[in-house]
Design a protein around this ligand. Sequence first.
Ligand code: MSP
Length: 478
Amino acid sequence: MTKKFYVTTPIYYPNDIPHIGHAYTTLAADVLARWNKLNGKDVFFLTGTDEHGKKIENVAKENGKKPKEFVDELIPKFKEAWKKLNINYDYFIRTTDLEHEKVVKEILQKIYDKGDIYLGQYEGYYCTACEAYYTEKDLINGCCPIHKRKIELLREESYFFKLSKYKKKLLDFYEKNKDFILPKNRRKEIINRVKEGLNDLSISRTSFDWGIKLPFDKKHIAYVWADALTNYYSATRINGKEKYWPADVHLIGKDIIWFHTVYWPAILMSAEIKLPKTVFAHGWWTFNNEKISKSHGKVINVDELISIAGVDSARYFLFRNTVFGEDGDFSEQALIDRHNNELANKLGNLVSRVSSLIEKNGIKKCENRLLKQLKLREIEKLFENYEFDKVLNEIFGFVDVCNEYVQDKKPWESGDKKVLYELADSIKAIAILFWSFMPSTSDKIAKQFGFKIEFDGIKKPLNEKNKIIKGEILFKKI
Ligand code: MSP
């Protein structure tokens, strides 16, 4: 039976067009989805938008629109951006989808019937930009620790989820499932915080109405996170995708790890639904070492990102330049340098030199001794550990091996068909391995050398009858 693989991205607030931060997680999910597809798995890749809540209600109002009308205009921008970046998701969920709303209500009702939800009074701080509750000690000079803006003091009737009741169960779960929270350093942070104790979670609001009504009290709107987190599960209940639950990995940014590793598993435990296997939190991108922020004009939206050096170079750069899981600094120059020095000079040159020499001289099948230097097992392990920068480093190491071989054997002098065969066969392996990161470059190489992008093709010898042509330049220097 084919193994399934279910990967998700956070669902984004459609309060503006998508930027590099949103693109990063969605690209990472695309890389994982492609890699697992290549490995023969039955993949389900989910992304979407988080459309309810006060924050969306507010921006819609500022734009003189009804919330639904406002988000309806932005959703195509997300879909277009993912298409431009060559992101191949399987399903796009919107929290305003009726099927999703139905599942949210069903879960809340179940938890309520069980006695895990009670009516109380919420008194405390709330940051609408984060859509998150804060306590006095979280604040910095009376402001939200993330947005540094003045924070609202809320006092309203609210339903509470008995989160405190799940403290021990959560700690036991983390203990038994060492890969539930990744990277490891984040795991320790969460465990320590949970050990300090958990407050019950306010899961409804009454002071606005853009959201899902609680099934047991229509005056109350579900807290946007209780609504949003459920998307991962509800998407599998739409179109008969049940077989994909539980998720194999929820990819998220480090800022929303608490919601995903504490609230989400506790809600699932209470609703008696299986828990996801892994939540992986990546780091944050800064822009020339400053926080990416709209108010400071330091946002790189998707079109800007692509315009610097093209789609594949951007995809390559984001995973090559920083460790997935740690913060990274984005600079246009660093992207251009990698594009020129690595993709154009090394990869592009290798492919163009070898293909044009083959056009002239042809190839003769023989054992490819170069392949012994390709560490495929190592690459597979690195992928499993989400070490994308090291995966790329390994593949590039093999590109270097091939370039050295060209220098060493001088096939432009000898016209040696066997050497050219070894190089063409190695380029096949390189293209297949790069496909998850740079799909259109790999597809171009595959077409040029006449092979298919398939995992077995890495080791399966290239057919010497293939017509190999000198194609277009893969990466133009900038
Ligand atoms: N709607 C919630 C998620 C709900 S998931 C059930 C949300 N949306 S968001 O649009 O504000 O952010 C989505 C993701 O983008 C987060 O994972 C966040 O970490 C990521 N990023 C936003 N800015 C970022 C950077 N500058 N760098 C990297 N990722 C960043 O939160």
